[in-house]
Design a protein around this ligand. Structure first.
Ligand code: PGA
Length: 251
């Protein structure tokens, strides 16, 4: 099975020239490692039109960092799934912790997941606890996020869904970020599958679970080999083609 690797550039690449340069370097990696990986780069929205539907970047997929749940109309500042779809966008992050930190709720994420699927865009739903505690509160936190973010989403739609488990305490931009252990990730991936099974009353659902949070050249091989993990979501290390190749080459 090919591994998915998502490069989340966040708001770190602002000049058009830089977006093109990083896009071309990432596309070279997508070509070099295409037998084993599917790479999806998520630039800022204004750069999507430069990179998407452009054969210079094939076989790199271009994804969105966010999406709105409205199709069209009076929604100033939003980007419609239909507009993204028109640029050939096939994937979008939804509910990244940096969006949740500015007020995006799981209920809104559920609307976005639904709208993305309706437009033919595969949602990469991000979930993850802010902190861990000895009483296992992080499991309850993740379960709540998952149930609310998929509220009303029918089982058939799950085929299109990817879930990125990204514990906020492990994301590199969090103050005093710590690296998750493979065991932390394996247990949570199992737990997510169990919650999905409970929710949908089906033992094995076809949902891919990715891991994100301080993925780097040192931990990528181990992380990507964890049972139940189908790929990685990479933030800061995706900004440097050398370190990104160090990840892509070992998954
Ligand atoms: P990081 O970011 O790889 O820099 O920790 C991951 C993310 O926030 O998606």
């Amino acid at each position: 099975m090919k591994k998915y690797i998502i490069a989340n550039w966040k708001m770190n690449v602002n000049a058009r020239k830089e977006a093109v340069k990083l896009g071309l370097a990432t596309a070279r990696l997508a070509q070099k490692y295409k037998k084993r990986t599917t790479i999806i780069a998520c630039p800022s929205t204004v750069h999507i039109s430069l990179l998407a539907k452009n054969t210079d970047y094939a076989p790199l997929f271009i994804g969105a960092q966010d999406i709105t749940f409205h199709e069209s109309g009076a929604h100033t500042g939003e980007t419609s799934p239909l507009a993204l779809k028109d640029f050939g966008i096939k994937f979008s992050l939804i509910g990244h912790s940096e969006r949740r930190a500015v007020g995006e709720t799981s209920a809104v994420c559920a609307l976005k997941v639904r709208a993305a699927i309706a437009a033919g865009i595969q949602p990469i739903l991000c979930i993850g606890e802010l902190a861990r505690d000895k009483k296992g509160g992080h499991y309850r936190f993740v379960e709540k996020q998952l149930r609310e973010s998929l509220s009303g989403i029918p089982v058939l739609a799950l085929r299109a869904l990817m879930i990125a488990y990204e514990p906020v305490w492990a994301i590199s931009s969090t103050q005093n970020a710590a690296e998750a252990t493979p065991e932390d990730i394996r247990e949570m991936a199992l737990f997510i599958q169990k919650v999905l099974s409970d929710m949908y009353g089906t033992p094995k659902l076809p949902v891919r679970i990715l891991y994100g949070g301080s993925v780097n050249t040192q931990n990528a091989a181990e992380y990507s080999n964890i049972e139940g993990i189908s790929g990685l979501l990479v933030g800061s290390a995706s900004l440097n083609p050398k370190s990104f190749e160090g990840i892509v080459a070992v998954v």
